[in-house]
Ligand binder design. Sequence first.
Ligand SMILES: [Zn+2]
Ligand SMILES: [Zn+2]
Ligand SMILES: [Zn+2]
Ligand SMILES: [Zn+2]
Ligand SMILES: [Zn+2]
Ligand SMILES: [Zn+2]
Ligand SMILES: [Zn+2]
Length: 1831
Amino acid sequence: MLFDHDIMDPTVAELVERWSSLYKEGRFSALNVREYWRVKVPEIYSPQPNWNCLRITFDEELAQKMLFDPLERFMCGGDPSQVYQMVRQLDTPPSLCGRVFKNGDPTYGCRDCGMDPTCVLCADCFKNSAHSKHRYKISTSSGGGYCDCGDREAWKSDVFCDIHIKGQMAEQSKNPLEMIPPDLIERIHLIFDCILPYAKELLTYEEGFSIPKDLEIREQDREPTNLSSLYDSKDTFVTMLYNDETHTYDQVINTLERAIDCSQKDAVAFATSIDREGRCIVRCSSFQQCSQTKNVMEKQTSRGSGRPLRVQVMPTYVIAHQIFASRLLTWLHNILESAQAFRLIFSEIVNRDGGSIVENIIWTDTKMWKTARVQWHRLFISGMLMDQESKKMFARTFTKNYSRMMKDFILDDHDHAVSVASLGVQLFTMPTIAHMLVAEEDVLARLLNTFLSECDKKLKDNKLALEQRSSNTLSFRRIQYILYDLKYLLGVKPEVWTRELRCGFLHGYNLLLRLLSMMQGMDPMVRQVGTHMEYEPEWESAFNLHIKLAAVIPLVIEWAASDRIVLIKAYRLLMKSLAELCTEDMKRRYVRELLDYSVSCIEYDVSSAPVSIHLPLSRLVAGLTLHLDKYGLNYNSPEFLVKGKPSPEELMEPVLRTQVMIAQVHAGMWRRNGFSLINQIYFYHNVRCRQEMLDRDVMLLQIAATLIDSNEFLVHLLNRFNLISWAQEDYEMQYLRDDVEDGLEGKAHATSATPHRAFRVFKQVHLVLGNSSKLGNDEDNMRQTVVLVEEYLQLVMTIVSERYTPGIGQIGEEERIKKEIIQLLSIEPMPHSVLNKALPEGTNHETGMEKVIDSVADFKKSSGATKGFYELKKSYYSHYNLFFYHYTREEQSKSEVAQRARKKTAGEEECCPPPVPPAFTVPFTMIVNILQCDVFLHILKTVLKRMMDLKSQSVSESQLQKVLHLVGYALHEEERYYHNNDPYFHFTRRAQKISLLGLLEGLVGHPRTTTHKDLLAWTIRKYHSVLSLSASSSKEAQTSEAVMASTSTSVAASASSEKKRRSDIAAQRKARIMMKMASMQQNFIKTNETLFQETSSTEQTNDVVEPTPMDLTEQLPEDMIAIGPRQTLVQPQEVSHTCILCHQEDQVGRGEGSTGRAMVLGALVQRSTVLSRNRSRRLDQPDNHDPLLLPADLYWGAHTSSCGHTMHAHCWQEYFDDVVKKERRKPYRFRQNLSFDIDKSEYLCPLCEALCNTALPLLPSVTTTAVNLRNQDPPSATPTISLTDWIKGLQTILKHKEEEEDTNCVEGTWTPPSLPSVVMDLMSITSPETAEAFTNLFSNLAATTIPAIPSYTMNMMSNFAHAVYVHGLGVHPNLSSRRIPLMVWASAAYTILTLEETQRNANRALLTSLSSRQRDCLSALIRFAAYVPQCVKKKQAIESASVRLLSVILEGGETAPCILEWDSFSALVTLSLSLPSIFPKILGMAVGSMQDLYLLQVCFLAHLVQLLLTYEKQNPVSEMEVEGEEEEGEEAPKDSAEESGAATGDAEWLVSMLDHCRRMASLPPIAVQPQRLLAYIKENCLPFLRCCGLFFHFLTEVPAPEELQSSVFVWESEFYCLLRYLGLSINQLRPTFDDPALLELVSRWCSDSRVRTLVTSAGSESCVNSWTRINQLVSLPHDYSELINTVSQFPCPASSGDDSRTPTMCLVCGKMLCSQSYCCQTEFPEGSRVMVGACTYHAHYCGAGTGIFLRVRECKILLLSGRIKGCFVSPPYLDEYGETDQGLKRGNPLHLDATQYSRLHAMWLSHSIPDIIAHTVESNSGVVPTEWQHL
Ligand SMILES: [Zn+2]
Ligand SMILES: [Zn+2]
Ligand SMILES: [Zn+2]
Ligand SMILES: [Zn+2]
Ligand SMILES: [Zn+2]
Ligand SMILES: [Zn+2]
Ligand SMILES: [Zn+2]
């Protein structure tokens, strides 16, 4: 809003002048302004024909000058900036924040202080508030809401942040409008009043309608003198395409491509813009052309799918006005935000005439496109919701128009978030406004009437019937947003009730009853007999509706229960509704008899008549009844005398039917009803639904139990379960007799009123079921009865024992939650999130659970990969209730197993007796009478007696267990009554009637009771102790009896426990053995596991390392030397391998090894940038790249890895061909989402499913012959050659090299001279002995006696080498490429460099904790690299490469890279493996000879020179000198005297070398501290030595010194150890490099002119700065909210200024990307017409195809590899319970976990990402595949 107001256009000045004088005369009106706009607006904002519609821009500066300036000047009557400032100063600082959230903005709730979860803060307020130290909750906004900071009704405490508290302190007493000159107010009025109608009229303009007359272009404009250009613009039009939610992006893109003939890229841009803005101009041209475009688009999209795209043709001048209108709204929004005075004026205007302007805009909401709507909504928020009075007025208007608005919303297809209806949450959640609306605007009734009008359309027999896939289901889903609004309105119950409030509430309540009546009994089910259900009936819609209503109903109950008058009226209304529903079938009765009780029962058969799970009306009774007692009311109070009011039996009947149906389902009687039923029952019990289902049902049954006589109640239940006949004494006998009768009669009669007959009807139904075998059928029948009895007992137990509901038991809300937690943790210890999810929503999800959790459970901190979890405290184990009614059957048995196991280990009785329940509240005490009534005792007796009878079939162990529990509850209850001195309840006395104790004791030792013998013993003991309590007179006798009883059982118990102990020991032993075997079997699986955690833990890999030949070190002499003349000789052991495919063992032999079949390892070659020290470089042109040497900055490389599983080459080939064949058979589209990409020859290891793309042949050891030969013939006579002479020899080769004409090769090829010619030449400059020695280097038997390799193996070798070339460079196959062997060597070097770095990263000694997988892979790879010369097609490739490399090192030159540009280790690898074969016709192999030592010396020296030249860069001189002096004292050598002497020598030598190097490179000399230099060199060359160590260790198989495998890593000692192992001089550097020829080399290297440039180009990345740096992933902030705040403003780089929806950070380089969005897709590869997402594209360059990203808003790690593969893994951010929160679903504060992050880092460093992806995809097959390339 800050514009430059100094430059005012003269015409504008004149205009303002004119307006002002009109105003003074009182003649100014909006028409004056509009006339000006009519002319000016089209001039500035009209799109011009044939513009590129994607890049439409206007002259905003001109617009400011010509359109906004006059407006502001006139409004302010002078300089706007002064006026603005004046008005703003009137504002006390705002006490409300009100910042409007954009999509993706972070929002913070406070679980401690928020009134409800919709109360949120913006990031700024949050950071400055006390809540940041509370239990806050972070999430991201979907746009639309605003910050609630400062709203007293949103926060229980800490209402203000530090910013807005200031506004609070300055009391807002004065009305700012009183402080402003009335003249100014009037002007502002005039301008606002002009803008609002203008914007409204234009933004709702639709095609075919005319725009307001006064803005139209008129005929007289045509006059050439007048406004002819304006007139001409009348004939230009645009085609405008609108957004909808029916067409997909791709449909829109396709249509656009054809209709306007644009590129795919442009079409994507259009589609993105349409999605963001809601519409977009796609063409600007003549009317005809625009119409034609429109027709094409409509025609194309109306095919098939129905509704066409919305396209309009509009004149450009209208568009101009629309654009200006939209700009005006933004302008207005900014003004309103700036000062309260403006807001008040605004509010005055829009609320005029009962809010007619607001009303108008609400009505036209759906006529506007997305952004236009959002602009209005924003204006409402900034203009009206910040002020209490304005907000109230707005709320009233909103409510008055609610119905119409919702109806528009249903017909509309845009998201709720961009509908004006979404503002409901802002208004209704404020309690004062909500209560006002209920009382004065009848808001509840308005909402419900709107909802009901939709429901009325869906009635069938007066019941809601929601169909599944019909077109109006969508509208029904949209209408359900009303239920959210209802929930907001009822959020806080009123403290004070007024008459109006009661009326308003009850009016709404009555309508709610209508809705619930429609739902009562909906989706009824009838048991399916005979055949299965043909189709699954719809059930989900009803449950979705239920879930939304279930949030409302408890609030309604809470409101109703807070006022006596309301409660009475509500209860009466409810009774009336029930009476209306009470149908005829409810009234039909028959008499049932049991013992002496005859009961009139409702006639109904659940197994044949319809039953429904939806009974909201009955459940509402339960909810309200609980509150009656508070006001001295009950069900039978005279207040509730209503005609047709249901009797208690009728009241519970529907609920009872549901219970019986579920029991029958458990008994297997509803098997044919399919999944719909199963699902409904599942959700009935599930935590998401049960509060308003199962819980209420149990409550209602408990209420009925207080209203009906206990005996009658039990008979009603028995009858409904169809168990009356079961309860008869002679049931078993009768049953058998019936069988005979049935057999004789052949069929049974159906209709009968006697209970016995009823049972037969039931049986008959089963006969009809089609089970022809009579016997089988009877068994089935009996089994069902057994289960039904169990279910019956369970239900009775639930009714008498479940009391953890406030109002039923004497407990509070906290105890209820406590109970749930205890029961959950009795199943198993659980992490915080799992536990939280298992609790019902509501208060628990805020802090309810945290309030009590610590009192019942201990939190065990997370360790490593396991989450932290809660464990139940010991003292609460006795609270465990096995038959807890919220348990599913699985949970029940799981918890029982867990608890029994726990008791067993603790040496306790193996049973879980019933816990003591809390006491009932007074109204519910009647229920305990069930436990002592006659029918109950009869049932106990029946079960126990039949249990005794071995012939009896109708009992089960589970029945006994439940009966014992019931007895236990009765005993608990008697104890309670005894302590209360209340004689009412006396179970033991009444139980004498059936001599219960005798029955129980009679069962002791009975074979049927073994499972529950401990429970039986417990019950009997309890019985005695209760008896002893009550019988006070004969106390002593009783006690002794009790003691005797208990001792007798305990003796029995101890005898059995001894036996048990012994069998336990045996079992344990067995278990141990089994475990050992299992672990052996799983060893390979474990190896596989380590594949993914390799660098994460040492312990794990330790036990996996298999003994290898190298482990024999212990028995070998200490000084092991790998190369050179003093090489330690070892007889390599041939290891035999088992093929994982055919399980046969074979040896990789040499010579006679031809008998052994060729074997391979599955291997993966991948391009890599992991080690790159310069991320600005990348391998752009792999087709021309020369892989002779790795670059010094390692910006590219090819990594080879293997899972280490061996296969026969034949077996592998067969397997691989099979995989290919299978995949090729699949249609292409199914191949896309596999874990491997067959087009890149990928496959999975058949054993461990590791990702592979080639097979690495296993070859014999290279040193075998060498050892054999040298053992026979000690090397005494062989002449030796000095380093100088050796170099002379090599130089001779170079001198005679010849260039070969080969146009195919960029790098040129060379041919070496023959060996004899070199020797001849050499002889002339040195001695014959030297020449002979030189000859020996190349023709000695050890190196040239190479085993004959079978041709099949040879084939495998060429294949592998070629695969390294293809995958490592990412090029097309070319079997004859000369680069193949070079790639193998480069890859070997790169793989070693990687391994060295991973070891260093884990702070490990060189060989410590290497897994067998790593050893096998490296050993095979290095051997293979040594054998490569054998398998190349043309040996010249090797010779030429060797010559070239020698030339680079010894000669240099302009075409060769300079010393600072090549990696010295890779030079060593390539040279030592190629040099033996340099001469034509000679095939040699590196075996760790003299020559290898010399090569090492040269390459080591090269590395030293590199270090010396870059010393200054890493240790800037100025600092160094200062520090050096300071540290001199500390630097005093602590080593032994001898070593320190050597060290001093080295230090001085290094200083002189440094001087020499710098002089040669023409660099100025620098002063250095010798000891510091030495330390630097030693530390920095260690990685090089370590790589050499690995290379020669695996090449020569000389055992490594113990130290290299020790668990402690001391770098300095490893340095000397490696010097020794590599055959260099011990303890000192200098002697190694004393040779004068070497100094000459140094001079040559350094004098290259490029060296100086590289070293001095300060700060440039072209020269390596650090040789030891281990690449890290980017460092992340500790607090996750920090991260999310920073990305909230991240704009999409492709679309100007728009926020990115999925900001995603590359963890390798830290770049932020706009992922998974059309806007940032790129065509890749270019010209392929394949679009890939920003991440895929970035990964290609940043990570050579592999990527690791953090999706910031969701807190997820994304891994990508090979373009089409990817997966999500858990992020390194954890909450305080050690859990991740992917997708921010829970919103707990998250903090960076260093361990987790370093695990990710290690994974990346070790190149495991492709493998992890393959594994994750493989284990999640079946999950909807993601199109990873679009991310
Ligand atoms: Zn705020
Ligand atoms: Zn604030
Ligand atoms: Zn708080
Ligand atoms: Zn095999
Ligand atoms: Zn494997
Ligand atoms: Zn983007
Ligand atoms: Zn990157």
